[in-house]
Design a binder for this molecule. Structure first.
Ligand SMILES: Nc1ncnc2c1ncn2[C@@H]1O[C@H](COP(=O)(O)OP(=O)(O)O)[C@@H](O)[C@H]1O
Ligand SMILES: [Mg+2]
Length: 398
């Protein structure tokens, strides 16, 4: 009669899961109607000119001459461009000024290998996803062809980039689809999707990624049948789409599992996020020890563990907090140049923008208090700029 009282735990939990999923779906439809695709704001002609590296007057003349994409002109005469148009203009400038092509269109040239940045730390809440998101968007806004890979089953990066992991994805629509061991494996080409951000593509994540953690031990016992060893599979998948990108940013899960190891082996550089608090730094020393142990096993098994750079980035930094300052000083003392000079400030602007699933790069400057917005964005830009400098150095650019 009373079903609930006699049902076993598995049945009960399954019922909870489907109830929750139904409610979430309703809630989501209310918050984000199915047809409301996420879009990126447009940029004023002043912003566009600055991004491209020309004067506003030059842009105006281009549009008057009917060259390049035509901006949207408001009633008050204000011209605005989409990021897609800005990228077209970058290509246009590179064509008409071939001598300065690289400053307009920074895509990698032959001899410059794909850069893959793995953002990692096994501590949840250490701002990995935020750091990955801002880095990927910064690079895309600067004209690079960027692929963001969400390797966290919790998939916050995917939802920030407009993909609802519970609803928008089918089987094999995450990186798992391209690294799984069985015949279901597909090319990463078929998994990558465009985002509303021109130049920024996404390999979304969801819970399916956990399968890789479960299957790898079995695959390790059965190497004949399962092909490439686990720590090379992420790299092999990325190589299938390599030609389309300059930079890949991987948001790692908050544990040191097979996915993280695969990402670290595929990466050309590591960005380790640090929240400068005693508890977090204490667990970081554990993280480093365990990472080093595991990586040495992987290296002895033939894994590639040469990285162009490894940088620690201090995030959610409160520079006026004395204990935090001590920890930042300690890190700089110990790791010197391996710690980015810029720190990412703790800011309500970043936290609030996160709640509405937008980054500071997406919201218009008027939407939050200017001083807060400017300070936060400056800190993020400075940190991202240092990462980009590391990438340029790896490419041998000045
Ligand atoms: N610089 C920052 N200022 C304020 N809040 C931040 C900042 N960076 C991250 N957060 C917030 O901290 C929480 C954890 O960040 P998140 O990037 O999701 O960490 P992780 O991916 O390591 O778990 C999120 O709610 C995020 O909005
Ligand atoms: Mg995260």
């Amino acid at each position: 009669m009373d079903n609930i009282s006699v049902s076993t735990t598995d049945v009960r939990i399954e019922r909870h899961a489907s109830q929750l999923s139904r409610q979430l779906k309703l809630l989501r439809e209310k918050l984000f109607p199915p047809l409301s695709q996420k879009t990126l704001r447009t940029f004023t002609s002043g912003e566009a000119a600055q991004m491209i590296g020309v004067s506003d007057g030059y842009l105006r003349q281009l549009s008057l001459d009917g060259k390049g994409p035509q901006p949207d002109v408001a009633i008050n005469g204000r011209r605005s461009y989409t990021l897609g148009q800005i990228n077209e203009l970058r290509q246009h400038m590179a064509r008409v000024k071939p001598k300065d092509a690289l400053s307009y269109l920074p895509w990698r040239r032959s001899g410059e290998k794909l850069q893959t940045v793995a953002v990692t730390n096994f501590k949840g809440g250490s701002a990995k996803t935020t750091t990955s998101l801002y880095l990927a968007q910064y690079l895309a806004l600067n004209g690079y062809r960027v692929l963001a890979i969400d390797l966290d089953p919790q998939a916050s990066l995917s939802s920030m980039l407009g993909v609802q992991p519970e609803f928008d994805l089918g089987d094999g629509d995450t990186l798992y689809g391209a690294i799984r061991y069985d015949e279901g494996r597909r090319s990463l080409k078929d998994v990558v999707r465009k985002t509303y951000f021109d130049g920024l593509d996404l390999v979304p994540g969801n819970l399916e990624l956990m399968e890789f953690e479960h299957e790898t031990p079995r695959a390790l016992n059965d190497r004949q049948r399962t092909g490439e060893v686990f720590f090379r599979r992420v790299g092999v998948a990325i190589s299938e789409v390599e030609a389309n990108y300059d930079i890949v940013v991987i948001d790692c899960p908050p544990q040191l599992g097979y996915l993280t190891l695969g990402a670290v082996c595929a990466a050309t550089s590591l960005l380790i996020t640090v929240h400068p608090q005693m508890v977090d730094v204490a667990s970081m020393s554990q993280f480093l020890l365990m990472t080093s142990d595991l990586l040495s096993v992987v290296r002895k098994a033939g894994g590639d563990l040469k990285h162009d750079f490894i940088k620690y980035v201090v995030t959610r930094h409160e520079p006026f907090d004395a204990p935090q300052s001590q920890i930042v000083a300690l890190l700089r003392n110990l790791f010197s140049d391996d710690v980015l000079t810029a720190t990412i400030l703790k800011s309500t602007a970043i936290a609030d923008a996160g709640l509405t699933k937008q980054s500071l790069y997406e919201i218009e400057r008027g939407q939050v208090r200017r001083s807060t917005y400017d300070r936060a964005l400056e800190s993020v830009n400075a940190a991202n700029g240092e990462v980009l400098a590391g990438i340029h150095k790896a490419w041998g650019r000045k």
